[in-house]
Design a protein around this ligand. Sequence first.
Ligand code: 13P
Length: 230
Amino acid sequence: MTKSKTKSKSGKSKGTSEASLRKAVVMAARTMSARGLSPGRSGNVSVRWRDGMLITPTALAYDAMKADDIVFVADDGTWSKSVRAPSSEWRFHQAAYRQRPDRHGVVHTHSLHATALACAHKPIPAFHYMVAVAGGRDIPCVPYATFGTEDLARHVAQGLSERDACLMANHGQIAIGSTLDAALELAFEVETLATQYVAVLGLDAVLILSDEEMADMVERFKSYGKNRDG
Ligand code: 13P
């Protein structure tokens, strides 16, 4: 097992051994579930590891999930048959890592408002400046494809090519980050923005910020909070 230390987004040192990453995946999955972002057994979480990823197993209740249940899926899409089967969505996690080599964590949820917008095929436009935390002037909604398929993975790769989050039609949302913590935080933010946007749609008065303003916001978010402690 390789052991090393890196600085987390919060500035604290975090272990990056396989053991600590397995625990981090379980923690992230449980937090996602405890905060109501993934009804039932929906959703999945992964972190980049070696030439592949460590990912939550398919169809296992989050409360029962342990570090040993997390599955290593190699870049060629194989995993050890002696362990649990990986999330049925490992293909779009792999597509996200291939598309964005600078991103190291992936969180997928069926959170209520993001999923409602995805079912209406409505991307989230620049109704609020915080949309820029996903890296651009909107949070796109990629076309529908059956869960677990290469087609869905292709759509997700396209949706994440210039954004850190996208909606998936008739399905849910996916968020990526330079760390797993960052991906989780963004998934929460996407759900918050989706909740606000649904409320604004009810007012029938969506006022969109200009492309220029949003380009400025994207730049500001590149350095926002970089020196915060903890
Ligand atoms: P898994 O349990 O296979 O990860 O599937 C859950 C899900 O949300 C599929 O999109």
